[in-house]
Design a protein around this ligand. Structure first.
Ligand code: UDP
Ligand code: MG
Length: 132
């Protein structure tokens, strides 16, 4: 069993898609072991997306991620990290397959609805960062 960390981004909350996304996670036999709705502080987003800080549109990403409430989740299940990432689809909506969350719902590279951890080390770090 593995744990992964998920953020349902502000666009998912605004568009009323959090139920749809959580239902997909549950249908895959993954357990939600923690869940919190909150509005993120700029500092925590800057830390979370530190690997992107040299991109010209880093400020825009931070602005997007802090503009309204998000839902934070810990998801547990067999191979959860890879499976939830596969369920999310490619970062760019134009490359994300239909059947994935981003492929089905996203129409922008930035506003792509969901963050999911990409490796065991990042999952552990992100769970600590967001849930303490
Ligand atoms: N992002 C963006 N433009 C890009 C790359 C990333 O707006 O060219 C945003 C997008 O919201 C993405 C997030 O920054 O989900 C984090 O980027 P990363 O490369 O880590 O993609 P992910 O792991 O979310 O697929
Ligand atoms: Mg990433």
């Amino acid at each position: 069993m593995e744990q992964t960390f998920v953020i349902l981004k502000p666009d998912a909350v605004e568009r009323g898609l959090i139920g749809e996304i959580i239902a997909r996670i549950e249908r895959k036999n993954m357990q939600i072991t923690r869940m919190e709705m909150t509005t993120l502080e700029k500092e925590v987003v800057e830390e979370h997306y530190a690997h992107l800080k040299d991109l010209p549109f880093f400020g825009k990403i931070v602005e997007f991620m802090t503009r309204g409430p998000v839902v934070l989740l810990i998801v547990q299940g067999e191979a959860a990290i890879g499976e939830i990432r596969r369920m999310a689809g490619a970062t760019n909506f134009e490359e994300a397959d239909f059947g994935t969350i981003r492929g089905d719902f996203a129409t922008s590279v930035q506003e792509n609805l969901i963050h999911t951890s990409d490796a065991p080390e990042t999952a552990e770090g992100e769970i600590k960062r967001f849930f303490g």
